[in-house]
Design a protein around this ligand. Structure first.
Ligand code: FPP
Length: 252
């Protein structure tokens, strides 16, 4: 009798750069904000997909620290979209047992948005089905810099010696420190870059790129990413033989 087929490994943590909203709108001769609105609908589909597939953490790059430099009209339109999404979506996410978090420099957002972010986090804090982290005004270098500064404060106060600083201690001060590192990173929209997303956290992450523009992303595209991921061998710096002798799969 054949051994039962092993289920294909599903990433525990998926991180996505949602690129291509502007081009999606331009292709339709519509303002860029129409693309962002379509992007918000794709976010909903993506959350539903993660819940269906048993993915435990989803981190989305919604707004980078550099995006503040976009035309003022686009920035303020995006802010309205974020506020509306926070007002409309959070109850549903809560019902779906999704925990919502925000990472990034939230002090740069309007008080109304900050208050909604905090309320969403408080409402959903004890949900455990899916941790949805929204990176907003986020930058990976900023994240690393803030962690380094936090340790420097400890050293200056005499609570920590420089030689006690190691990867674990630095990593503990980084965003998402309590989650497993992303297993799979997806970037839509055809660019082959990490663009200052989770620089520290992506060290061993499998990278997957698609030309599909974010508003066109659906379960079929995401399943393709998962199927490719399931075929990859994650070695974390070891040899294939070492990996095969280790069970279950190691994670750094
Ligand atoms: C990148 O496309 C997308 C953004 C900068 C914004 C992402 C925002 C959303 C998907 C809207 C809703 C999000 C949440 C979390 C409610 P781009 O504008 O850079 O596209 P382009 O490369 O085609 O110009």
């Amino acid at each position: 009798m054949n051994a039962p087929a092993q289920p294909a490994p599903v990433p525990r943590h998926l991180a996505i750069i949602m690129d291509g909203n502007g081009r999606w709108a331009q292709q339709r001769h519509r303002p860029r904000l129409v693309g962002h609105r379509a992007g918000a609908r794709a976010v909903r589909r993506c959350v539903a997909f993660c819940l269906q597939r048993g993915i435990q953490a989803l981190t989305l790059f919604a707004f980078s620290s550099e995006n503040w430099n976009r035309p003022q009209e686009e920035v303020s339109g995006l802010m309205k979209l974020f506020l509306r999404a926070l007002e409309r979506e959070v109850d549903t996410l809560h019902q779906q047992q999704v925990q919502v978090r925000f990472i990034g420099a939230r002090e740069r957002f309007d008080p109304a948005i900050r208050a909604r972010m905090q309320a969403a986090e408080a409402l959903t804090a004890s949900n455990t089905r899916l941790v949805l982290s929204i990176a907003a005004s986020y930058g990976g270098r900023q994240d690393i810099t803030a962690a380094a500064r936090a340790l420097a404060v400890e050293v200056a106060a005499g609570r920590l010696r420089p030689e006690q600083i190691d990867e674990e201690r630095l990593g503990a001060h980084m965003a998402l420190a309590d989650l497993p590192a992303p297993d799979l990173f997806i970037r839509t929209g055809g660019e082959l870059r990490i663009s200052n997303f989770l620089l520290w956290q992506l060290a061993y992450t499998e990278l997957w790129f698609t030309p599909t523009l974010w508003p066109d992303v659906d379960a079929a595209v995401l399943d393709q990413a998962l199927a490719d991921y399931a075929r990859r061998e994650r070695r974390f710096g070891l040899t294939t033989d070492q990996i095969r002798s280790l069970a279950p799969e190691p994670h750094p």
